[in-house]
Design a protein around this ligand. Structure first.
Ligand SMILES: Cc1cc2nc3c(=O)[nH]c(=O)nc-3n(C[C@H](O)[C@H](O)[C@H](O)COP(=O)(O)OP(=O)(O)OC[C@H]3O[C@@H](n4cnc5c(N)ncnc54)[C@H](O)[C@@H]3O)c2cc1C
Length: 415
């Protein structure tokens, strides 16, 4: 069956649904087809590792919209429509059931896939990944009080699960292959600050630890490290990063470079096809390099811009990245790219709240990581986001001094 040419979106996730809504808001009156393969309407993923694991919210409550929204906005949402192939010549996508849908413009927003452990035992029962609502429901069920949980990977997902598991009364061990936590995300000083909190909360953490195998016959019972250490457990959570879902694009001959390669308008090398969200890598004007982001705000920002560019507005993307995480009673907010810094300057904004500014080798502010109480970090991180966008060079003493209002530096110090 073939339908009229439409705006077609592959991936009914955050970026997909936001783009569909933005197409309507920007005046597109024709068809919008949103193709998903999760069997459920688009939902918000950040609560999966936090409120859902804590039992404070159901996965159904994470849905972005109810059915009426899709009806009112005339968005043809299909939740069991797995796209198998993009036929660029005929400008159509082919679904796994053989049906095809023609497009005028196509957006690939297929997100990212959690990496799996590649060791013997990785497929045992009780080994969890966390990306989808059903992953979260299965893990929430496993996090019963006193259970022994091993988390592989001290990235944001691993640390959020650790915090949720401790709150549920589990015993938690984190195993990280690298020398420290959050290697790609934040400077060492920030990671150290977070890890101190996890240790205070009773989480055991092993760094530079290589897993040899997972133990157990049907269900996982433990983890064996390459140095011979064995850690008994009832459940393993693998949080070792994600890889962009680029297979459809690659098979269609679309350029890929750590994600589907788009230009600064989020268009691929095929003028009718765009990519956005976790799946794409894009040139960032501010940081003068190609990057791929895996975060909520990026999916929101990309959706807003890509919808306009699917309507040929030709806008370029240059938002300053922003990310947040919640662990225990701490909020973490990150603006810019702290990992690109070579020097850290710390501002104490409360008894346990800190802002870690990251400066590059020219002294330009490239990142700010706030850790602590929301009310003690949010304002400074927000202002830092503006300063980062202005490539500001700021005296270290001013950054350090909590009595100096960052806002006052915005106009004067911008380059
Ligand atoms: C547990 C968890 C916690 C997170 N917490 C935070 C946080 O605290 N802060 C933050 O900033 N970010 C967080 N994130 C990241 C944020 O949720 C993602 O960056 C965001 O969801 C990316 O949106 P996306 O639309 O690009 O991809 P996704 O939301 O992954 O959506 C892609 C969709 O495409 C579908 N799809 C793939 N292939 C096909 C196909 N062939 N046919 C049809 N459909 C297909 C997928 O099934 C999926 O539904 C978290 C993510 C997870 C998993």
């Amino acid at each position: 069956m073939t339908t009229q040419p439409a705006m077609v979106i592959i991936g009914a996730g955050q970026c997909g649904v936001r783009t569909a809504a933005a197409l309507r808001n920007n005046g597109w009156d024709g068809e919008i087809t949103l193709l998903g393969n999760e069997g459920a309407a688009p939902y918000d993923r950040p609560p999966l590792s936090k409120a859902v694991l804590l039992g404070e919210r159901s996965t159904e409550q994470c849905a972005f919209h109810d059915d009426a929204f899709y009806r009112d906005q005339r968005i043809d949402l299909r939740v069991d429509a797995c796209v198998q192939h993009i036929d660029r010549g005929a400008r159509k996508v082919v679904l796994s059931d053989g049906r095809s849908i023609e497009y005028q413009r196509l957006l690939i927003a297929t997100g990212a896939e959690p990496r799996r452990l590649d060791v013997p035992g990785a497929n045992l029962q009780g080994v969890h990944l966390l990306r989808t609502a059903s992953d979260a429901n299965a893990l929430a069920e496993a996090l019963q009080p006193s259970r022994r949980i091993v988390i592989v990977g001290a990235g944001f997902i691993g640390l959020e699960v650790a915090a949720s598991a401790r709150a549920r009364g589990c015993q938690v061990v984190v195993i990280e292959a690298g020398a420290r936590a959050l290697m790609r995300a934040v400077p060492e000083v920030v990671a150290g600050y977070l890890i101190d909190k996890h240790r205070q909360m009773g989480v055991q953490i092993h760094f530079a630890a290589q897993i040899e195998r997972l133990l157990g016959s049907a269900h996982v019972t433990g983890v064996k490290l390459k140095d011979g250490t064995q850690i008994g457990c009832d459940c393993v959570v693998v949080g070792i990063g994600v890889k962009p879902r680029t297979e459809l694009a690659e098979a269609a001959g679309i350029d890929v470079a750590d994600g589907i390669a788009v230009d600064d308008t989020l268009r691929t090398n095929d003028p009718h096809i765009f990519a956005a969200g976790d799946v794409c890598s894009f040139p960032h004007r501010l940081f003068r390099r190609r990057m791929r982001l895996e975060c909520w705000k990026n999916a929101e920002d990309h959706a807003r811009i890509v919808a306009r560019n699917m309507l040929e507005r030709g806008e370029t993307y240059s938002e300053v990245p922003w990310f947040w995480s919640n662990q225990y009673d701490m909020t973490i907010q990150i603006a810019g790219m702290p990992a690109f810094g070579v020097e850290s300057v710390v501002r104490k904004t409360g008894d346990t709240s800190r802002i870690f500014f990251a400066l590059d080798r020219d002294g330009v502010l490239v990142g700010a990581s706030g850790v602590g109480k929301l009310s003690e970090i949010a304002r400074d991180v927000r202002v830092a986001q503006t300063l980062i966008g202005q490539r500001a060079c700021i005296d270290r003493a001013l950054l350090e001094d909590p009595d100096v209002k960052l806002k006052g530096l915005v106009a004067v110090e911008a380059l």
